[in-house]
Design a protein. Structure first.
Length: 388
């Protein structure tokens, strides 16, 4: 299963094409719209989320509510395009139009300058439009399809925020994916400790007033993955490596860890390794999950626990110093629309990105021309693992 996305932040639409989804998966636009709405929520979101109300159109690959096995095409309209039709037109335009909303003062922390250097642009809007986090709309749309596939195999995912702008959020490590989903549902911060909501709201408001932004740490858990997905035999087949790469590919994500993560480097081996146990009817399991569900690049049957670090949004209403690419003079960086934080939304993106990698791995390992075939293959494999 593979996918491509296309589209600019203020272009007419965003598109994704997914190849390799098994035939017979029940799928509707509403399955995807639920995830798109989750992405647009969260305290601290700005004006763009008031303009857009993302709704997907499935233009190929589904008939009468079931996938056909042929490529899926997903399209989301950018409603703000009506205000950008000339600026973002694909047709040639005269200089008076081309100069509108031209960007020459790159924003520190964004792709503006390095993208302009790479592609030799004299207008950095050419970079901004594609490097914008608006692109994650289609990553969530693709992830929604992946999550629907995983749910058919009784695999659940959930995300929550474990650190909000430096403020640690306490939670029980025994929480299941389902329990996390229940606790954060209807919670505009995606935190499991609801006693902290007013405090974090005030923190975000103060940050916005100061013209600054916040990042944080997101945790995603995946439950009921079969053991031994991935492989130890080649570096590029390790599943934790694939997930790590996918998480860091999300806009503004700068780090990733599994289980204890970097804390493991401060502990003895006896405090880190998960002891192996066996019981009738369950088979092999671990007495703890310090390694986050992975050993040797493969799932070990425990919940996958992966955390991603999102840096603060680099577009600041109190802009930092930059250099104009035309004059090379010092200037304040350009200011585009921004949010004080998009951390809860980033959690939704990360959850869907992880789901996509897991669905890809499952479809690669098991026979998956049809959903019936895939379910049978996964169930047979689970039985064999249990009886090993």
């Amino acid at each position: 299963m593979r996918y491509f996305t296309a589209g600019e932040s203020h272009g007419s639409s965003l598109t994704a094409i997914i190849e390799g989804v098994p035939a017979g998966l029940e799928l509707t636009a509403e399955d995807i719209n639920i995830e798109l709405k989750r992405r647009q929520g969260g305290y601290g979101r700005g004006q763009r989320m008031q303009i857009e109300s993302d709704q997907v159109q499935i233009t190929s690959g589904v008939r009468h509510g079931r996938t056909l096995g042929s490529p899926l095409t997903l399209v989301v309209e950018n409603k703000d395009f009506k205000n950008w039709q000339q600026v973002m037109a694909s047709e040639p335009m005269d200089e008076s139009v081309k100069s509108q909303r031209r960007l020459t003062k790159p924003r520190p922390g964004h792709a503006d300058l390095v993208g302009g250097l790479k592609y030799d642009f004299d207008d950095l809007r050419n970079v901004l439009e594609r490097s914008s986090a608006r692109e994650t709309t289609m990553r969530v749309a693709v992830g929604a399809v992946a999550k629907k596939l995983l749910s058919e195999l009784d695999i659940e995912l959930a995300n929550h925020i474990v650190n909000f702008g430096g403020k640690e959020i306490d939670f029980s490590d025994d929480l299941t994916a389902e329990q996390i989903s229940q606790k954060v549902r209807g919670n505009d911060l995606s935190i499991v400790d609801e006693s902290r909501i007013d405090e974090i709201h005030a923190f975000i408001d103060q940050t916005k007033e100061a013209g600054d932004t916040l990042g944080g740490i997101v945790e995603v858990r995946a439950h009921n993955l079969p053991a031994s997905l991935g492989s130890y035999v080649h570096h590029d087949r390790k599943l934790d490596s694939k997930i790590a790469g996918a998480v860091v590919s999300i806009n503004a994500f700068k780090g990733v860890e599994f289980g204890m993560g970097f804390q493991a480097g401060k502990c003895y081996g006896s405090q880190v390794m998960d002891e192996i146990v066996w019981s009738e009817g369950i088979g092999y399991s671990r007495s703890s999950n310090h390694l986050g569900g992975f050993e040797g690049g493969m799932t070990n049957g425990e919940d996958i626990i992966v955390r991603g670090v999102m840096k603060p949004i680099p577009t600041l209403y109190k802009p930092l110093l930059s250099v104009d690419i035309e004059s090379h003079e010092l200037h304040k960086a350009s200011v585009e629309r921004s949010d004080p934080t998009a951390l809860p939304a980033a959690g939704v993106v990360m959850e869907n990105v992880v789901a996509t990698v897991l669905a890809q791995e499952i479809c690669e390992k098991f026979s998956s021309d049809t959903m019936a075939e895939l379910k049978e293959a996964v169930e047979k494999y689970r039985r064999r693992i249990k009886e090993y």
